[in-house]
Design a protein around this ligand. Structure first.
Ligand SMILES: C[S@@+](CC[C@H](N)C(=O)[O-])C[C@H]1O[C@@H](n2cnc3c(N)ncnc32)[C@H](O)[C@@H]1O
Length: 268
């Protein structure tokens, strides 16, 4: 099995991305659902966990960012959502965007770490995550925390950016990870093993490498079409760096060196 590097990015380094221009840039490219596939992918995951048939479930969205998924789940699936994020600016912005909405009382945003979740044991029906756990260094601890706060019979459902099936030269891996400020990424099998080892029963796993590549194409196009706005708002260097980084991710995605995975599992 290929051993992938871990990079020395701290929680503060990651948080600084989302507290500053990085968060705004990602929203510009991806929308306020900062994950591959946008709101449609949130609906896909919602249907896979049966939210279309069950009302008032409690959901913990780990790494909730601007709260796009949290608001969608509360509004369209009548879910009670806690959004957890480590970046105060993201929590503040998510709260602002939720204020005054008819479903406002169904959402609570909590500041805190995914590795030390501020929640009681067995307090959620569903643990939810979309394209963010790649920022979390200790995936084993993360899965243990998911287990702890999930009720017996509850569901773990998430997508994440992962290594693809092809090997990646070290210099390329260093650049891809440094551009994204990812401390590490899991492999598809790596997540599957972590989940099963903890005792979850997997009900579905999907490798979405091709879907990922198509979406990265769209982000590159959007970035290039927004060049003037980005240069005006964030400076010429920010644009040049973002384009170089995204082009590298686009190439890696089409070569199946990086991809996306989906996991649904039940806590017995
Ligand atoms: C890509 S965004 C998440 C997008 C969001 N899931 C969505 O679908 O809209 C990544 C988020 O993860 C948060 N984050 C990173 N590391 C974290 C940690 N250890 N604990 C909690 N949140 C973290 C960041 O602050 C940022 O808001």
């Amino acid at each position: 099995m290929v051993k992938h590097e871990t990079y020395n990015f701290s929680v503060n380094d990651v948080s600084a991305v989302y507290a500053g221009p990085g968060g705004k840039l990602w929203e510009l490219l991806m929308g306020e659902h900062i994950h591959v596939g946008g709101v449609e992918q949130t609906d896909v995951l919602a249907r896979k966990v049966g939210l279309d048939n069950r009302k008032n479930l409690s959901i913990l969205d780990i790494c909730s960012a601007l709260g796009g998924p949290a608001r969608h789940l509360a509004e369209h699936y009548d879910a009670n959502v806690v959004g957890l994020d480590i970046t105060p600016e993201m929590i503040a912005e998510a709260k602002k965007r939720t204020e005054g909405k008819s479903y406002e009382k169904k959402i609570e945003y909590r500041l805190g770490s995914a590795l030390d979740i501020p929640a009681h044991d067995a307090s959620f029906d569903i643990i939810w995550g979309q394209d963010a756990w790649c920022y979390i260094r200790d995936k084993k601890r993360l899965i243990e925390e998911c287990w702890r706060v999930l009720k017996p019979g509850g569901t773990l459902a998430f997508t994440d950016w992962i290594w693809g099936t092809k090997s990646v030269p070290k210099a390329e891996s260093d650049y891809l990870m440094t551009f994204m400020v990812f401390p590490n990424m899991e492999t598809f099998d790596g997540y599957t093993t972590l989940i099963e080892t903890k005792g979850f029963r997997l009900t579905e796993t999907v490798y979405l490498g091709k879907v990922f590549a198509v979406h990265v194409d769209q982000y590159v196009k959007k970035l290039q079409a927004s060049k003037k706005a980005i240069v005006d708002g964030f400076g010429a260097n920010a644009y040049t760096d973002a384009e170089k980084g995204l082009l590298a991710w686009q190439k890696a995605a089409h070569e199946d060196k990086v991809g996306l995975g989906l996991w649904i599992a039940r806590k017995p």
